[in-house]
Design a protein around this ligand. Sequence first.
Ligand SMILES: *[C@@H]1O[C@H](CO)[C@@H](O)[C@H](O)[C@H]1NC(C)=O
Ligand SMILES: *[C@@H]1O[C@H](CO)[C@@H](O)[C@H](O)[C@H]1NC(C)=O
Ligand SMILES: *[C@@H]1O[C@H](CO)[C@@H](O)[C@H](O)[C@H]1NC(C)=O
Ligand SMILES: *[C@@H]1O[C@H](CO)[C@@H](O)[C@H](O)[C@H]1NC(C)=O
Length: 397
Amino acid sequence: MVAIITFTRQVFLAVAFALLAQGAIIPEEVAKRDGSPGFVSLGFDVTRKPLNLTAVAHNHKRDSISESLINEGPSYAAKVSVGSNNQELTLIIDTGSSDLWVVDKHAVCAPGDYCKVYGTFDPGASSSYQSLHEPFAIQYADGTASQGTWAKDTVTINGVSITEQQLADVSLTAVNQGILGIGFPTTESVGGLLGSSTYDNVPITLKKQGKIKTNAYSLYLNSPTAESGTFIFGGVDNAKYSGELVEEKVTSSALTISLSSIYLKGATYSVAKDALLDSGTTLTYLPPAVVRELAQQAGAQLRPAGLGGLLYFIDCNANTSGSTTFNFANGANITVPNSEYIFPNNDGTCLWGIQESNDIILGDNFLRHAYLLYNLDAKTISIAQVKYTSESNISTV
Ligand SMILES: *[C@@H]1O[C@H](CO)[C@@H](O)[C@H](O)[C@H]1NC(C)=O
Ligand SMILES: *[C@@H]1O[C@H](CO)[C@@H](O)[C@H](O)[C@H]1NC(C)=O
Ligand SMILES: *[C@@H]1O[C@H](CO)[C@@H](O)[C@H](O)[C@H]1NC(C)=O
Ligand SMILES: *[C@@H]1O[C@H](CO)[C@@H](O)[C@H](O)[C@H]1NC(C)=O
């Protein structure tokens, strides 16, 4: 998810209620504890649901900015506990935003109760909870939003606890479940509410409280059909990629690296722009000119979607042999099978896995094919072609 603006209550009320999420499946617990010092690993639960084109179209029409991000389909979440009494919540681990927020026990989902399926938080039951009595509000680029109150409490990740972590207790949301944003503090949603200064978000606190050595983490979403993946704070799993990790420079205040070009079916398409590597986004978003050319090669077509807006569709039975290769500025190359670009909708059509946006976002259908080490201290992201394996060889970063 990409947080686009911090805003007032009034603005929130105008936009928050349009996205109706669907019923969700309660994921199985996969978090495993490892006793090794210096890193904290966390199992992802993968949930899948078909894209809901009506919701997408609503979203697209409503959106005032140029892009409409479709965050349905597979999503990657993990178990995190909050409070003195370890209240367990399943949160989306999001490299595209920087704030941790949880769904309050009495929260209003917009509308329905779907936001409570993944666990709710009861501040009254935690003796370490301290309200900061300041309003929190965030809006993501897919049009969803949340609001609540800033607070501090203990956060426990796979048995490792950090204390007095700033987080938001959310009372109203149009997002499916709570989010653990792990990007740079510069993209936090403090927006003047707590003064203009940023705060120590979860990865920074893990480092300051001595749980990890570096504000770094690695991402292994696992194969498109896997039920779980792994996220490691402060470590890297050398068994899970082939070749060498190639270090790319972070190119903005978000977790972007420079995408040089894309190779598909014998042709190279030049891009040379910053690309956000965002675990909270489902699809791939590229500039309109590049998308037009790739669509022609792939046989995808721009068509009206539901109630408004245009999206790229592809024949659900299209030949998906072959792959698309993404070349980055420092020489990293990631190859994605073309089968990653067919997303069934719930109306029998298929959305193409690449859509238009002026800001490039490489979401989960790209990230499943890379192993990534985000180093926020060094401002680098090292990437290599993923190797799907249950073997593990973790070293501390
Ligand atoms: C799809 O989204 C629309 C609009 O948000 C909603 O009314 C509808 O119930 C959803 N369909 C399913 C099958 O969830
Ligand atoms: C799909 O395309 C590939 C390469 O163009 C070709 O070799 C293969 O026969 C095609 N498969 C089908 C089922 O048409
Ligand atoms: C990535 O691909 C480019 C262009 O084909 C090539 O020059 C470069 O050596 C490749 N990088 C690696 C690490 O293989
Ligand atoms: C584990 O990874 C390290 C660092 O890449 C490497 O030196 C070592 O040989 C690996 N160990 C095994 C058992 O593969």
